[in-house]
Design a protein around this ligand. Structure first.
Ligand code: ATP
Length: 511
C-alpha cells in the first residue's frame, strides 16, 4: 500500500517539474536509487551498521504460564519484578531500582523465555542481544554497541509509550568474563566497563526504567564486579526440570498436537530424566515427525519413545557393523539389561543394536524418580549393570572388546565417588590427599567385586542371555516389556535378587 502511494506521489512530482519546464532526470535517478535500496533491504543494513547490533525493541507475548516447571525460578523472578511493578511507590520509599538479574543454569532450560516473560509481566519493551555481538576485533566497537543498546532501549520504550524496558543479554560470560584474562585484548575490558557504567547510570527518575537480565551457564567465569550489589545482584538459578516440571513442559509442547489415546505423558516425563526444556520441545517435535513419516494422523506412545532415543543419542546411522560385531553388541546390551532387571525389576526401558550418534547399541533405563542422593546399595547396583556388558562379552564370547571402554570410564567415576564418600574398604579418606596407588587399588577392588557379581548373574542366565540376544539380532530393538516377557518365561529366573535395591532406585544411565 505504502509503495503505491509513493509511486503516485513520485509521478505527480515528475509531472509538475516537467510542466514547469525543469529537467526531471536527477529527481528520477534519486527516486530510482531510493526504491532500489528499499526493495533490497539496503536501508535496513545501513541503519544496522550505524546502530551496531541487531537487538530491537519488541512487544513480548511470552508469559510465565507458557513456561513449564521452573517454579522456584519463576517465583524468585516475579518477587524481584514486583519492585518494577510497584514503580513510584518503591521510588517514594527510596528503594533503589533493581538494575540487573542474572539467570544462571544449563542450556535450554528456558532462560530466554523467562526474560521475555519478565518483560511481559512488567509491561516492558524487550530488547535482546547475545554477548558475542559486543565482541569485535576493533577497539571501542563493543563499548559503542553497549551504549547504543541502552539508548535504543530508552527510545523504543518511549515510542511504545512504556515506562519499562528489559534488555536481555544472553551468554553474558562472553562479554562479562573476568577482566584482564584476555591478555593484550583490551576490547573485552572496555566493553565490560561500558556495561558497568551504563548500569550504574540507571536511576529511579529516568524517563525509562531499564532492567538488564543476563543469562549464563558459566557463572564462575563472570567478573566479580558484575555481581556487586546494584548491578546483577539478583541471582536466579534455572535448573534442569524435575519430573513434574518435565510433565508440564511436555503438556505445553503437545497442546497443539494430536495425541493417540495410548500416550501417557507422565510416563514419558519419567523416562526423560536429565532432559532440558529444549530437549523436551525437540522430543515432541521429533515424535510428530516420526508419526508424519509413517502417515499417521495421531502421535503414538512409541513415536515418543523412539524420539527419546533420537534426542538423547542422535540420528540413526546408516552404518551397519559386521554380523559378528552386531552379535557382540547384542550380547553386550543384553548383559546390561538382564543385570539391570535383576537389580531393579522394571528398570529397562529399551535396548537396541541400532547405531545412533556415537553408540553402536544401547540400553536405556527408566529412573523410578528423580533422586539427588545415592546410597551405597544403589551405586553398587549401577556398577554391576555398567560392568555387565563386559561380563557378558567375556562369559559368552570368551573375550572383551574396546566397546567396554565407555562403561569402564563411567564405572571408575562411580567408584571414585564411592571412595570419596567413605564407601570403600579404605574407610573415610580425603580424596585429594590419597596416594594414587591407594586410589587405583581401591577402585580396582570395588570394580572387581561388582564385576564378579555381574559374571555370576550372566553365567546363571547364560542360555537366556543367548536367546534374548538372538531375538535382538532379528528385531534390532526390544522394549522393556518385551524383555521382561522373556525373563518371566523363565520361571523364578530372577526371584532371588528381586528384593534388592527397590527403595534406592534412582537416576538414569546412558550406556
Ligand atoms: P541457552 O542457555 O542455550 O540460551 P535458554 O536457557 O535461554 O538456552 P531458551 O532459549 O529459553 O533456553 O529455551 C529454548 C527452547 O526450549 C524454548 O524456545 C522452548 O521451546 C523450550 N523450553 C525451554 N525451557 C522451557 C520451559 N521451562 N517450558 C517450556 N518450554 C521450554
Amino acid at each position: 500500500m505504502k509503495r503505491e502511494v509513493l509511486m503516485g506521489l513520485s509521478g505527480g512530482v515528475l509531472l509538475y517539474l516537467f510542466l514547469q519546464g525543469l529537467n526531471p532526470l536527477p529527481v528520477l535517478l534519486m527516486i530510482g536509487l531510493l526504491y532500489l535500496l528499499y526493495e533490497t533491504g539496503g536501508l535496513k543494513v545501513i541503519r544496522k551498521q550505524i546502530g551496531g547490533n541487531t537487538a530491537k525493541g519488541s512487544l513480548c507475548k511470552v508469559t510465565f504460564q507458557a513456561i513449564g516447571g521452573q517454579a522456584t525460578a519463576k517465583k524468585e523472578l516475579i518477587e524481584a519484578l514486583e519492585f518494577m511493578r510497584a514503580g513510584d511507590k518503591a521510588a517514594a520509599l527510596g528503594i533503589r531500582p533493581l538494575k540487573g538479574i542474572l539467570l544462571a543454569g544449563p542450556p535450554g532450560t528456558g532462560k530466554t523465555l523467562l526474560a521475555k516473560a519478565a518483560a511481559t509481566y512488567t509491561d516492558a519493551t524487550f530488547l535482546a542481544a547475545p554477548g558475542s555481538e559486543f565482541i569485535e576485533m576493533y577497539a571501542g566497537v563493543g563499548a559503542q554497541r553497549v551504549r547504543s543498546l541502552f539508548q535504543r532501549a530508552r527510545e523504543a520504550a518511549r515510542k511504545e509509550g512504556r515506562f519499562n524496558a528489559v534488555i536481555f543479554i544472553d551468554e553474558i560470560d562472553v562479554l562479562g568474563g573476568k577482566r584482564g584474562q584476555y591478555q593484550g585484548h583490551m576490547e573485552y575490558d572496555q566493553t565490560l566497563n561500558q556495561l558497568l557504567t551504563e548500569m550504574d547510570g540507571i536511576k529511579n527518575d529516568d524517563g525509562t526504567r531499564i532492567l538488564v537480565i543476563a543469562a549464563t551457564n558459566r557463572e564462575d567465569m563472570l567478573d566479580p564486579a558484575l555481581l556487586r550489589p546494584g548491578r546483577f545482584d539478583r541471582l536466579v538459578r534455572v535448573e534442569l526440570p524435575d519430573q513434574e516440571g518435565r510433565l508440564q513442559i511436555l503438556k505445553l509442547h503437545t497442546a497443539n498436537k494430536p495425541l493417540a489415546p495410548d500416550v501417557n505423558l507422565s510416563r514419558i516425563a519419567r523416562e526423560t530424566f536429565g532432559f532440558s526444556g529444549a530437549h523436551l520441545e525437540s522430543l515432541a517435535n521429533e515424535a510428530a515427525i516420526l508419526a508424519l513419516r509413517e502417515g499417521k494422523r495421531e502421535i503414538e506412545e512409541r513415536h515418543f519413545l523412539e524420539a527419546v532415543d533420537k534426542v538423547s543419542l542422535g540420528e540413526k546411522l546408516d552404518r551397519r557393523p559386521q554380523e559378528d560385531e552386531l552379535w557382540r553388541v547384542a550380547v553386550h546390551e543384553v548383559g546390561h539389561a538382564v543385570v539391570s532387571e535383576s537389580f531393579r525389576p522394571g528398570s529397562v526401558a529399551a535396548l537396541t543394536i541400532t547405531s545412533r550418534g556415537q553408540a553402536l547399541g544401547y540400553m536405556r533405563q527408566v529412573p523410578e524418580d528423580d533422586y539427588y542422593l545415592y546410597t551405597e546399595t544403589y551405586l553398587r547396583g549401577q556398577l554391576r549393570i555398567l560392568l555387565a556388558g563386559m561380563a557378558a562379552e567375556e562369559t559368552i564370547l570368551g573375550n572383551r572388546s574396546t566397546g567396554v571402554q565407555g562403561d569402564l570410564e563411567q564405572a571408575i567415576n562411580t567408584a571414585k565417588r564411592m571412595i570419596g564418600a567413605g564407601m570403600s574398604s579404605l574407610g573415610v579418606v580425603s580424596l585429594p590427599d590419597l596416594p594414587d596407588s591407594d586410589l587405583q587399588g581401591a577402585i580396582r577392588d570395588i570394580l572387581n567385586e561388582e564385576k564378579a557379581e555381574a559374571v555370576r548373574l550372566i553365567r546363571e542366565k547364560h542360555e537366556l542371555v543367548m536367546r534374548i540376544a538372538q531375538e535382538l539380532m532379528s528385531r534390532e530393538r526390544l522394549n522393556g516389556d518385551e524383555l521382561r516377557a522373556f525373563l518371566e518365561s523363565e520361571s523364578g529366573a530372577l526371584g532371588s535378587s528381586r528384593a534388592t535395591g527397590k527403595d534406592e532406585a534412582a537416576g538414569v544411565l546412558a550406556l
